[in-house]
Design a protein around this ligand. Structure first.
Ligand code: SF4
Length: 369
């Protein structure tokens, strides 16, 4: 039977609601990472305090969970924020509400605000931990205002989570403070039982360019740092995304053939994913440039998902008319996976013939809730 997501992709219209919904619960943050677009002290124009104080009300979160459950399609929730989700006073109730639905739950966090034993026992399936440095010196350079004690707290919390078997993926955003540590990040990942180490070249703007990796660092990363990190990862058995990171570094060095070619891959996110901000703006993906609508005026999520604004975005992207930020697509790996699945289905469709494909589509439609 054709996967209903694939059926929708082939048809250009979704057959079911999203599988993954990303919910921002707060703009407030306990950190001030130098690369952050919202909280960095390097920003030319800091965000207003009123913006930083905004958070999603608990009753709104629970109502959203009910609404998403009614769609019948959701399998996974990501809890994060433009700030740090673990500073929300109701976050452990949010975790319980998501897990009560039987959904997979990922939390994106720097961990420092965690009640670590409670978090470890909460049933969360995966943590994407913003580590950002594997020595006290680099960690405190990346996190102005934090001290060595915070670095050792992070290490202690990672150890607890590792011992409890909670899946932790380490995120390392590479800038001038961290570039020389890419090899040691693999060792740090192994030490704390990371299920993967994810590297990402810092995406910088509005003043944060001041902390960009230098040309010398980029050249070293391409010639030595990444190959050494790859070799160590293979030796220690630590999964990484170093292939993708190498392409990012090559692109930053001005080798355009190495950029991530989203136009060759296509965008499947309009059929599987959405992000909802603290202000209840509904986004097409993690790219804040791609805005669909708002729930703040009482609109229902399902009406937006199947409505004209969302469809116009799907049609625009299907026609190859991408947004500026798509060149740095944060969902590139997921889009590649969907393109692979779709490619296989397309081949299958040719073998089946158009009539059988149509019959298959109709059968899928009847089977949908
Ligand atoms: S950044 Fe562009 S290509 Fe990537 S998921 Fe968003 S809309 Fe799609």
């Amino acid at each position: 039977m054709t996967d209903p997501v694939i059926a929708g992709l082939l048809d250009g219209r979704p057959r079911i609601g999203p599988r993954t919904v990303h919910i921002d619960v707060t703009n407030a943050c306990n950190a001030a990472c130098v690369t952050c677009w919202d909280h960095s002290p390097l920003l030319d124009t800091p965000r207003p305090i009123t913006w930083k104080r905004r958070r999603l009300a608990a009753d709104r979160f629970f109502a959203l969970v009910d609404e998403l459950a009614a769609l019948g399609s959701v399998r996974a929730i990501v809890i994060s924020g433009m700030g740090e989700p673990l500073v929300h006073p109701d976050v452990y109730d949010f975790i319980a509400a998501v897990k009560a639905q039987g959904w997979h739950l990922t939390i994106i966090t720097n961990l420092i605000a965690a009640d670590i034993d409670r978090l470890a026992q909460s049933g969360v399936d995966q943590l994407l931990v913003g580590v950002q440095g594997v020595t006290p010196a680099s960690y405190t350079a990346f996190h102005p205002g934090w001290t060595e004690a915070d670095f050792f707290r992070l290490c202690q919390y990672l150890r607890v989570l590792g011992e409890e078997g909670v899946r932790c993926r380490h995120v390392q955003v590479i800038n001038r403070d961290l570039a020389w540590e890419v090899v040691e990040m693999v060792r740090f990942g192994q030490l704390f039982r990371a299920d993967r180490v994810n590297y990402k070249l810092a995406s910088l703007a509005e003043g944060t360019e001041a902390c960009i990796a230098t040309p010398l660092q980029l050249a070293w990363l391409a010639a030595e740092g990444i190959p050494q990190a790859r070799a160590l990862a293979a030796e220690l058995g630590v999964p990484t995304n170093l292939d993708l990171f190498a392409r990012q570094v090559d692109a930053a060095l001005g080798r355009p053939q190495a950029t991530t070619p989203i136009e060759e891959v296509g965008c499947a996110m309009g059929y599987v994913y959405s992000r909802i901000t603290v202000d209840q703006d509904v986004l097409f993906c993690c790219n804040t440039e791609v805005h669909v609508g708002t729930l703040a005026d009482g609109a229902r999520f399902a009406d937006l998902w199947y409505g004209p604004a969302w469809q116009a975005l799907r049609d625009r992207l299907a026609a190859g008319d991408y947004f500026e930020g798509c060149a740095r697509c944060g969902k590139f790996e997921q889009n590649v996976k969907w393109a692979e699945r779709l490619g296989a289905q397309r081949l299958g469709a040719q073998r089946l013939g158009a009539d059988r494909l149509e019959a298959e589509r109709q059968r899928t439609e009847r089977a949908l809730p």
